[in-house]
Design a protein around this ligand. Structure first.
Ligand code: PMT
Length: 433
């Protein structure tokens, strides 16, 4: 059961619902009246293929809260407002959602979202602590931009983290006497850990090519997108090595190897790729590096130096050439696509992506137009076109980088689980190559 209460983050319940359904869950949505002011119940019921329930009184079944509570394998409340948390902690059942929370013996996962002042209020802290003591699971809210433009802690956690937490609970907790999956079907979410046993290598960040001991040629990559891909792969059970040029907290369960230059990244990737089934090159690797590195700091008084560049080895293309059977090679493509009329030869992001798919010998290319607002380097958001063999395409509109990562990992998982026909070049592609 997915309970949605009335906060601005209610719109993210749509994404949570979609992810649960994609993972094979049977989702019964329950909304409070306030939630319907933030997100349409038609949206949720269409995604869940289940009617949204809102009332203790107007449902076809006479006692909907006990039916919902007894039938659920897991009750998720996202977002959980201060009111719902307070009512649940105090045992007050003033609407269908809070009545169901009291009527269920299934594990409950609360995902609070509210303004920082409310989240830090002693009453809310005590209510959350009380519920935790009673065994309720809580996915803490994140820090970031809140409604009204304020910054602070209180944002609903990422939908991917919430669904991963749900999968973890379903994997660990079974109600006594009920075999997994005998209830609503939500136990299917445990299938999210669908990449168990898969070894993956991901690169992240921009390489730095030294000019002298203090200066380098670099780029604006923050590593956010690569880290998000690594985190998503690990969440789904893969064993992940992240080869990174940036200093960020390692995602849970991910081993990080630090590198700086394209050459160092190449060595680390080739070594790790030997035993990996999946390699994702999300890093922004320099195409050129200074041919000579000055052994001492270049002195200003000597005047501007003349820097001669040489090409770096193309790591991704090398992987494509040396690919082992069954290995999935994923490249990214950072492009700047001019408005269509002015684009060189009228080329689109799709054209660039398909050209890189071939020139790099990759199975998937994740292309982003890094000149578009909110897309690519350093942003928390991205918009990508994922292209693959056999005409595969997934167009991901501007969204958080972890949602993009989930789409990339979905495409990888599809290749691993269904090596044909997506993974294999079409007749036409074979003839062209
Ligand atoms: O790190 P963020 O701030 O989150 O930003 C994300 C991103 C913009 C860096 C990411 O989405 C992205 O686009 N990464 C690829 C950047 C890039 O180098 O694109 P490219 O089109 O120049 O290279 C194509 C592919 O070849 C990439 O997979 C790259 O890793 C790889 N490459 C490039 C050069 C080289 N010498 N060796 C390579 O393997």
């Amino acid at each position: 059961m997915l309970g949605v209460s009335g906060g601005i983050a209610a719109y993210k319940a749509v994404e949570i619902c979609r992810r649960l359904v994609d993972a094979g869950a049977w989702v019964s949505p329950v909304m409070t009246n306030a939630a319907t002011r933030f997100v349409g119940q038609t949206t949720l019921s269409a995604l869940a293929s289940e009617p949204v329930r809102r009332s203790l009184w107007d449902e076809p079944e006479p006692i909907p809260h006990t039916r919902l509570g007894q039938g659920a394998d897991l009750v998720i409340v996202a977002p959980a407002t201060a009111r719902v948390i307070g009512a649940y902690a105090a045992g007050i059942s003033s609407d269908l959602l809070t009545a169901t929370l009291l009527a269920t013996r299934a594990p409950v996962l609360l995902c609070p979202a509210m303004h920082t002042e409310m989240w830090e209020h002693p009453a809310v802290r005590e209510n959350v602590a009380t519920l935790r003591r009673r065994g309720v699971h809580v996915v803490e809210p994140a820090a970031g931009r809140l409604a009204g433009g304020d910054l602070g802690t209180g944002r609903l956690a990422d939908p991917a983290d919430i669904v991963a937490a749900a999968a973890g609970i379903l994997g660990l907790e079974r109600r006594p006497g009920r075999p997994p999956g005998s209830g609503s079907g939500l136990a299917g979410v445990a299938g999210l850990a669908g990449l168990a046993g898969v070894v993956a290598v991901v690169t992240a960040g921009g390489t730095r090519e030294p000019l002298d001991p203090v200066r380098y040629i670099g780029n604006r990559s923050s590593g956010k997108q690569g880290y998000a891909v690594a985190a998503e792969l690990a969440r789904r059970g893969a064993s992940v090595q992240l080869i990174s040029t940036v200093s960020r907290p390692a995602p849970p369960g991910v081993a990080v190897t630090a590198v700086e230059t394209a050459a160092q990244m190449g060595v680390a990737v080739r070594e790790a790729a030997g035993s990996a089934q999946v390699v994702v090159m999300a890093a922004a690797v320099a195409d050129f590096r200074p041919k000579a590195v000055a052994p001492e700091k270049i002195k200003k008084q000597d005047g501007p130096p003349e820097v001669v560049l040489e090409p770096t080895p193309d790591i991704l293309a090398g992987l494509g050439r040396a690919r082992r059977p069954g290995q999935v090679i994923v490249g990214f493509a950072a492009e700047t696509v001019a408005p269509s009329a002015a684009a060189p030869l009228g080329r689109t992001l799709r054209d660039y992506a398909r050209a890189k798919l071939d020139s790099k010998g990759a199975d998937l290319i994740v292309a982003n137009d890094v000149a578009a607002p909110g897309v690519g380097f350093a942003h928390d958001t991205n918009a990508v076109l994922i292209v693959g063999r056999g005409g595969f395409e997934a167009d991901i509109a501007l969204t958080n980088k972890d949602v993009v990562a989930a789409a990339v990992v979905d495409a990888i998982a599809a290749l691993i689980n269904r090596p044909t026909p997506v993974n294999r070049p079409t007749q036409e592609e074979q003839e062209q190559s």
